[in-house]
Ligand binder design. Structure first.
Ligand SMILES: Cc1cc2nc3c(=O)[nH]c(=O)nc-3n(C[C@H](O)[C@H](O)[C@H](O)COP(=O)(O)OP(=O)(O)OC[C@H]3O[C@@H](n4cnc5c(N)ncnc54)[C@H](O)[C@@H]3O)c2cc1C
Length: 414
């Protein structure tokens, strides 16, 4: 039988493994891992590069229905690694619990999102993997192991780029459920936004700025997701309140976006920008994202908005993320500003635009998102990770023959 052909969500990456395995039990997965010389997991395929690729077999843990177990005393939930955030969030909310934050879409898997350092926004909010308290995975010899907070190696296991094994279950820190109110402010002059950047980034629990390349000199949308804060008056930044729900990308259907205009509701229906039942973002796109020191946010935003990227960018988004201590986290030891690019789906355009963006961001020591498109060399990536040697040593213990390895890890990690 020849290889199967599977594309990622965006369609810009094709995987051609002999088969996509979908074991229904953990022992079945253990057996598969033990007898496969090369193997990797695919989550929901929302990454834009070849991080999930393998020249061996590809496996999804989607069919491993391990259930959601809440430990109320410890305030943790142990959830299937292959479950989508949207499913887990709805189940937690129903039982009175919540996660601290979510990325812009609920469609992605827990294990896949944590593996790449997926994040939402908010000065006080760390990336999704920072909520991990334990990871259960099948390592190279087929053994099922758990690495938890306090264990040596935890700093590499919570955000692992899929290099340690196939994750079956993840234990996440939870908190009592809460509501969020989402307001959008429109059409602020860039110079006012940059001059008031700290005020804006701190104006709500989670803040996102969107900029459309077709309206230079403006920040088109400021999304404020409030938890307990009082409402911010965006007119002090030169913005006007949105009088209808909006989509971050001009011309896209606002019904795909989560409820706005001050309608308070559950955290998991407001923290993402996109509803689970709709295609998130544009669909026809690629994405890149780079992280700089939060204090450099205004200068870095000014630098990328000064580039003429009208032919390649659909929308830019700017967010903040709190620092953490995970070894391969792009937010390792650094309060961050994220500069995001939703590109038109054209490899040549994206490559040319990235050359400009990476040059403009080089003075800011920008770190790339592990799951998005970037064209940096090995040294430019590795120098950001002082704990890389510890990560490599951990990988060697769990996977001495690099059966979970691939070209991406060969380039940036091993
Ligand atoms: C429309 C859109 C919006 C996005 N918004 C955001 C955002 O707001 N913030 C952000 O940070 N990112 C965002 N992303 C990027 C996305 O969150 C990441 O690419 C994320 O990794 C996708 O999760 P996934 O389940 O699709 O993982 P995949 O892309 O399938 O896999 C990612 C990595 O995880 C590994 N992996 C998956 N499952 C397992 C497992 N069970 N065991 C071991 N390893 C595993 C894979 O091998 C691979 O290395 C967005 C992407 C899209 C398409």
């Amino acid at each position: 039988m020849g290889p199967v052909s599977i594309t990622n969500w965006a369609g810009n990456v094709t995987f051609t493994p002999p088969r996509l395995h979908a074991p229904r039990t953990v022992p079945e997965l253990q057996d598969l891992v033990a007898r496969s010389p090369r193997i990797r997991a695919l989550g929901t395929g929302h990454s834009f590069n070849r991080i999930a690729d393998t020249d061996g077999v590809l496996v999804t843990t989607r069919e491993l229905a391990t259930g959601i177990h809440i430990d109320e005393d410890a305030a943790t939930a142990t959830v299937p690694g292959g479950a989508r955030y949207g499913e887990v969030a709805a189940a937690l909310h129903q039982r009175g619990w919540a996660l601290p934050n979510l990325g812009s879409l609920p469609h992605i898997s827990i294990a896949g999102a944590c593996a790449t350092g997926t994040h939402g926004s908010g000065n006080g909010n760390r990336c999704q993997a920072a909520a991990v308290r334990a990871v259960e995975f099948v390592r190279a010899d087929g053994e099922l192991v758990t690495i938890a907070t306090g264990d040596g190696g935890f700093g590499g296991a919570a955000l692992s780029l899929g290099a340690l094994g196939i994750v079956t279950r993840v234990t996440l820190a939870i908190e009592p459920t809460y509501d969020i109110t989402q307001d959008v402010w429109l059409d602020a002059p860039v110079d006012r936004v940059l001059a008031n950047y700290a005020d804006i980034a701190g104006a709500a629990y989670s803040v996102s700025l969107f900029s459309d390349p077709g309206t230079p000199g403006r920040i088109d949308q400021i999304w404020l997701k409030r938890r307990d804060e009082s409402p911010a008056d965006g007119s002090r930044w030169g913005a006007s309140p949105a009088t209808a729900d909006v989509h971050p990308i001009a011309g896209q259907d606002a019904r795909a976006a989560t409820p706005q205009r001050g309608e308070r509701g559950p955290w998991h229906e407001r923290l993402p920008h996109f509803r689970a039942s709709f295609t998130p973002s544009a669909g026809d796109e690629q994405q890149s994202e780079f992280f700089v020191d939060r204090a450099d946010g205004p200068a870095a935003i000014e630098a990328v908005l000064g580039l003429d990227l009208r032919d390649s960018v659909q929308v830019n988004e700017f967010r903040t993320i709190a620092a953490d201590d995970l070894w391969l986290s792009p937010f390792h030891d650094r309060e961050s500003t994220a500069l995001h690019f939703t590109w038109h789906d054209d490899d040549a355009l994206v490559r040319a635009a990235l050359a400009k963006v990476q040059a403009a961001l080089a003075p800011f020591d920008a770190r790339p998102h592990w799951g998005k498109v970037f064209h940096l060399d090995r040294d430019e990536v590795q120098r950001h990770y002082p704990r890389l040697a510890d990560f490599r040593a951990l990988t060697e213990r769990q996977d001495p023959d690099r059966k979970f390895g691939n070209a991406f890890l060969e380039t940036y990690v091993y």
